[in-house]
Design a protein around this ligand. Sequence first.
Ligand SMILES: *[C@@H]1O[C@H](CO)[C@@H](O)[C@H](O)[C@H]1NC(C)=O
Ligand SMILES: *[C@@H]1O[C@H](CO)[C@@H](O)[C@H](O)[C@H]1NC(C)=O
Ligand SMILES: *[C@@H]1O[C@H](CO)[C@@H](O)[C@H](O)[C@H]1NC(C)=O
Ligand SMILES: *[C@@H]1O[C@H](CO)[C@@H](O)[C@H](O)[C@H]1NC(C)=O
Ligand SMILES: *[C@@H]1O[C@H](CO)[C@@H](O)[C@H](O)[C@H]1NC(C)=O
Ligand SMILES: *[C@@H]1O[C@H](CO)[C@@H](O)[C@H](O)[C@H]1NC(C)=O
Ligand SMILES: *[C@@H]1O[C@H](CO)[C@@H](O)[C@H](O)[C@H]1NC(C)=O
Ligand SMILES: *[C@@H]1O[C@H](CO)[C@@H](O)[C@H](O)[C@H]1NC(C)=O
Ligand SMILES: *[C@@H]1O[C@H](CO)[C@@H](O)[C@H](O)[C@H]1NC(C)=O
Ligand SMILES: *[C@@H]1O[C@H](CO)[C@@H](O)[C@H](O)[C@H]1NC(C)=O
Ligand SMILES: *[C@@H]1O[C@H](CO)[C@@H](O)[C@H](O)[C@H]1NC(C)=O
Ligand SMILES: *[C@@H]1O[C@H](CO)[C@@H](O)[C@H](O)[C@H]1NC(C)=O
Length: 651
Amino acid sequence: MIRFYHALFSLSAYFLILASYLSPGVSAYLIPEERAAPVAPDGYTPARVDCPANTPRVRRATGLSINETDWLPQRTNNTVSAMKDLLSRINITGIDTGRYIDNLTSNGGTGLPRVAIAISGGGYRALMNGAGALAAFDNRSTDATQTGHLGGLLQSATYLSGLSGGSWLVGSLYVQNFTSVESIVLSTSGFLSTLWRFDHSIFDGPSDLNIVRYYTQLFDAVNDKKKAGFNTSITDYWGRALSYQLVDPSDGGPGMTLQLEPMKHADYSKAVTFSSIANDTEFRTAQAPMPLIVAVERTSGQVQIAANSTVFEFNPWEMGSYDPGLEAFAPLQFVGSNFTNGTIPRNGECFAGVDNAGFVMGTSSSLFNQALLQIGQVQGVPDFLLNAINDTLTDIGDDNRDIAAWPNPFFGYNASVNVNANETQLTLVDGGEDLQNIPLHPLILPQRRVDVIFAVDGSADTATLWPNGTAMVATFNRSEATTSSADDNRFPDVPDQNTFVNLGLNNRPTFFGCSNRSSGPLIVYLPNAPLSFHSNVSTFDLKYTIEERNQIIQNGYNMATRGNGSVDANWPACVGCAILSRSFNRTRTAVPAICRDCFTRYCWNGTTNNTLPNTYEPAQILQGATEQSTSSAGRVSGTLLLAVIALLLAI
Ligand SMILES: *[C@@H]1O[C@H](CO)[C@@H](O)[C@H](O)[C@H]1NC(C)=O
Ligand SMILES: *[C@@H]1O[C@H](CO)[C@@H](O)[C@H](O)[C@H]1NC(C)=O
Ligand SMILES: *[C@@H]1O[C@H](CO)[C@@H](O)[C@H](O)[C@H]1NC(C)=O
Ligand SMILES: *[C@@H]1O[C@H](CO)[C@@H](O)[C@H](O)[C@H]1NC(C)=O
Ligand SMILES: *[C@@H]1O[C@H](CO)[C@@H](O)[C@H](O)[C@H]1NC(C)=O
Ligand SMILES: *[C@@H]1O[C@H](CO)[C@@H](O)[C@H](O)[C@H]1NC(C)=O
Ligand SMILES: *[C@@H]1O[C@H](CO)[C@@H](O)[C@H](O)[C@H]1NC(C)=O
Ligand SMILES: *[C@@H]1O[C@H](CO)[C@@H](O)[C@H](O)[C@H]1NC(C)=O
Ligand SMILES: *[C@@H]1O[C@H](CO)[C@@H](O)[C@H](O)[C@H]1NC(C)=O
Ligand SMILES: *[C@@H]1O[C@H](CO)[C@@H](O)[C@H](O)[C@H]1NC(C)=O
Ligand SMILES: *[C@@H]1O[C@H](CO)[C@@H](O)[C@H](O)[C@H]1NC(C)=O
Ligand SMILES: *[C@@H]1O[C@H](CO)[C@@H](O)[C@H](O)[C@H]1NC(C)=O
């Protein structure tokens, strides 16, 4: 029925089972690169830890956290040289950008342009498309500082947000000490080469891990969490499975001794918490942007709508929301402790480890839980795992199959605004379920003072699985519905989706918010488009050959650089103009002619054409590149699975 499982599967599974009896505990043991500290107290199982001297407490979301406020000036300082290098390389004629930036720096640095990057959801497609964009923006990538390239934009960025598939990319890089996309993709040996092996689907498990042991570890990890008294859902299995691709595919891991009886233990090697990123050298010293992972809250029986869903953010220090239904943040490391009225009572106990990095990524992408339900089709999956997944469904009900169950640190807190003040569990779902599939929401918060957002959209909106601006429209609609005070940023005007398609705004970069009327950031919309490859693969394709993975990443690189400037030689300069645009307004600097030209060509000028377009079938943009078919051998068709999921969700 489903092509995940080639005919040989049962045969190979048989040998794997045999092998597991013959060689217990011995498997490939790779020494990982330095990365986020494995500070989870007991593997995947949350466990009691000593309470810190300062009692962890929930804070009112009246402004940014002290942690972020302290970190920001360091980050600003560290972006200066990358930004100057980038701007000088891309050669904006008519302005000495080096002197311009120096001048802003000498005036205290508060006027420096603040850059953010947002990576949309859309499963592996969004991860790979986003990875290409990040590689293009990363001055560590080969040739990224050559003419026509954009290396240094990532090093100039203060924030990097990810949602669902985009959160897999962001989370994966940060738990590897902010390694580069290229160092994962180009590695042929060593630990990094074992990541992002999408040729081994989550149903297969990593190549070096005995499949029975893989499934047993999935089961044990979740079961141990459950036994420790924490609610679990399919998201726990999903997050565990993801971690083998994104965090650590081997049995080896930092702080772990070789387990001779791995089946009896929770999975220690994958026990990297998201909060441990706060301790990571690269992040702590502000050498990397601040990562933000987005999920949305669902109260029981509620259908998510963009206009009033509570959007949660996870950052290395905290989880919570600035939205009206909560307006509070909890210290991420200690979520799972018994918070009452916002504090852990004196003599109360502190728990840590709920914020497992894979669980955070799984929460942001909980829609994909549905895919795990197909695991029953795989031969060789042990019954105890199927039963456990089935039991989970029985526990939480079919309507809630896509939720992540978080202990509610906001229990009893600020009941006048907190709609979950009486709940001991927080129900979080995929960040894209309110249609805001690009994680822009945390970046338009006025206190973050972002000047420009590079919005990488790998959504599959059209019938042909390309984006059509739906995520932009959703965030615009929400902003229209909720902007109440003059302090709020207005999201820029955007047209309807038909206009996006009819005017080709989904086929090339477009700037939104160019007029002075927009108070918030300028949005540089970067839609997935076929530059060198038809990267419109299905969201629910869970398996890709390495060749195909690399082609989609390369296409993302080309999308971000417009074919390294071959489509428009001035594109890099236009990116520079976008970075400087709000700053020019602030400093009342005359906009250079080349920037005026960029804004004429890239800003959406308010034109609309909302007639229903024909089926959107874009041609490949870079003619030199070989035309590729999307159905290369070895990739799994997810169309059928997609249909099943669509039925289940009624979407
Ligand atoms: C993280 O990476 C940076 C840059 O590559 C390196 O200097 C640093 O030592 C690494 N930190 C850890 C904890 O591995
Ligand atoms: C700013 O960065 C420079 C080098 O990039 C460093 O020497 C200086 O100490 C930093 N200042 C602060 C306040 O972080
Ligand atoms: C910058 O661009 C101008 C004209 O656009 C050109 O004359 C000049 O050579 C360029 N400089 C560099 C370093 O590319
Ligand atoms: C430096 O900034 C100040 C204040 O924004 C401005 O008045 C001055 O013209 C700037 N100088 C240069 C060289 O840009
Ligand atoms: C950071 O490291 C310190 C010392 O190892 C540890 O006590 C603390 O819990 C860590 N913080 C986080 C958020 O992981
Ligand atoms: C969101 O809006 C819908 C429709 O207006 C309403 O029924 C629902 O109660 C609202 N939910 C919240 C959490 O405000
Ligand atoms: C955030 O800042 C507060 C106040 O300084 C501090 O108590 C807390 O430990 C910090 N959190 C982390 C994760 O470093
Ligand atoms: C949590 O703490 C409160 C006191 O603040 C106590 O009444 C309650 O029983 C505790 N809950 C658990 C599960 O320990
Ligand atoms: C929490 O706050 C409410 C209202 O302020 C109060 O009635 C209750 O006793 C508090 N509970 C605890 C455990 O402090
Ligand atoms: C799990 O549930 C499905 C559908 O409800 C059922 O077809 C399957 O047999 C169950 N599997 C086990 C192992 O109980
Ligand atoms: C929480 O429970 C209290 C007391 O039972 C009730 O007064 C209050 O309305 C409830 N709050 C919410 C948001 O349901
Ligand atoms: C745009 O995408 C939405 C779903 O995301 C779809 O319903 C709509 O038909 C699409 N419109 C066009 C013109 O592609």
